[in-house]
Design a protein around this ligand. Structure first.
Ligand SMILES: C[S@@+](CC[C@H](N)C(=O)[O-])C[C@H]1O[C@@H](n2cnc3c(N)ncnc32)[C@H](O)[C@@H]1O
Length: 407
């Protein structure tokens, strides 16, 4: 366990050097990127640190950060406490150091690690609504809905799990899987998306990968003994597969979590064989300018719920794909079928949940809602408003990218 004391006045919301390295000579140089909470709270602290053996005070100059070898700590559990003595202590329980070099100091925000588990463990009220009302147990996506605006509420009458399955099937259509292909389903959640790929293409070999061990354990238990289908825990940005080992890679509604999507694209390119295809279905800012809404209070609330740092913008996705040497075959906007209907349904639920008769109706339809208090519904309403805000500036996109055969 590594422990460091960082003076409070230097633990600011933007990346800033800690300054005096004396308290931990020879140890990694800590850099606080952001913190949340107030004094006395247990804080969530996102950090990156410079591994720079011979610390030299010139490194404290932000202008030098771009050249610094910045090692990102990913998948770490950090509990930080800000005490009344105005000092912050950080306990770093586990750390996995990934030696990626950052080219741009501004990227630090983008690559800060997130606690993905918190999105899917029931600690946020939005997840709890989804768990009770709409999400199936094994698919955790928003679904591709049958009815679009202005008939979106009709979707409430249909089965949500079917819409989720439809979203997977739409993505698999784009993948264009052939009989003998090897397919990697990156961020497969609790495994059903990979199972659907398998059912549609039983001759193909399908591997589902997810960051969370819990998800992989569920997948392995439920989809046990399925020929040609296996699951493994792993990180999308650090794929533990040799070059050219898959014909198809799919990443459905997950890349927004990845602290470094460009790195994921490079990894996908590496593991794909020439002529292979990657389908990424993800949220994206509609334009480069819309990225400015990343730090709006509403966006921050949504980022906290779903644990993400930022989206790519649509053009940025295409640029990053190009930089990873992919050819962009197509990019389609699925917002009308995915985020817009999902959001309308959430509005409807929150309106009902906030009135006495509405709650009765909901509980009658689904008795599991008896576990929801009025405060829970108030929180849902805030979350719906915050999601509305983000939806205004973003799109739900499906990108088809190809690794071209070298000529
Ligand atoms: C919204 S769920 C989508 C799951 C699945 N694709 C589906 O459609 O049901 C997002 C998933 O991304 C996974 N995830 C987040 N960050 C990841 C990473 N760096 N590497 C692999 N999986 C990750 C989460 O654990 C979660 O299961």
């Amino acid at each position: 366990m590594l422990r460091a004391l960082v003076p409070r006045e230097q633990s600011v919301d933007r990346a800033q050097p800690c300054g005096n390295p004396q308290p931990f000579p020879g140890a990694p140089f800590f850099l606080i990127i952001s913190r949340h909470g107030t004094p006395g709270d247990i804080l969530n602290v996102e950090i990156a640190f410079f591994l720079h053996a011979e610390f030299d005070s010139t490194w404290a100059r932000p202008s030098l950060w771009p050249q610094a070898a910045c090692f990102l700590v990913r998948g770490i559990h950090i509990a930080g406490q800000l005490d009344t003595e105005a000092s912050m202590s950080l306990d770093i329980a586990t750390s996995r150091v990934n030696g990626s070099r950052l080219n741009d100091g501004a990227d630090l925000d983008r690559v800060a690690p997130r606690n993905v588990q918190a999105s899917y463990d029931g600690s946020n009220v939005v997840f709890r609504v989804l768990r009770i009302e709409t999400w199936g147990d094994l698919l955790t996506n928003l679904g591709y809905h049958k009815f679009r605006h202005p008939f979106v509420l009709l979707n409430l009458l249909s089965n949500h799990e079917r819409a989720q399955r439809r979203l997977v099937m739409k993505s698999v259509d784009l993948l264009d899987v052939q009989h003998d292909h090897r397919v990697l389903d990156v961020a497969c959640g609790r495994g059903k998306s990979s199972f659907i790929v398998h059912c549609l293409h039983p001759g193909a070999t399908v591997v589902g990968l997810d960051l969370l061990d819990d998800h992989i354990q569920v997948a392995q238990t439920v989809f046990n003994n399925v020929k040609n289908l296996s699951y493994t825990a792993g990180d999308a940005m650090d794929l533990d597969f040799p070059e050219d080992s898959f014909d198809r890679v799919m990443c459905l509604e997950a890349a927004f979590h990845f602290p470094d999507r460009a790195r994921f694209l490079r990894e996908a390119y590496r593991v794909l064989r020439p002529g292979g295809r990657l389908v990424v279905v993800d949220f994206a800012w509609s334009t480069d300018a819309d990225r400015a809404h990343r730090d709006d209070p509403e966006t921050r609330a949504v980022r906290e719920i779903w644990q993400w740092n930022s989206f790519f913008s649509v053009p940025e996705y295409e640029r990053a794909a190009g930089a990873a040497r992919f050819h962009v075959v197509s990019s389609s906007d699925w917002s009308d079928r995915v985020t817009r209907p999902a959001q309308a349904m959430f509005h409807c639920l929150s309106t009902l949940g906030n009135s006495r008769w509405g709650r009765r109706l909901l509980q009658r339809k689904n008795p599991l809602f008896r576990s929801f208090s009025r405060e829970d519904w108030e929180q849902v309403t805030c979350a719906v408003r915050a999601h509305d805000h983000v939806r205004r500036y973003s799109k739900y996109m499906a990108f088809v990218l190809e690794k071209r055969c070298e000529v």
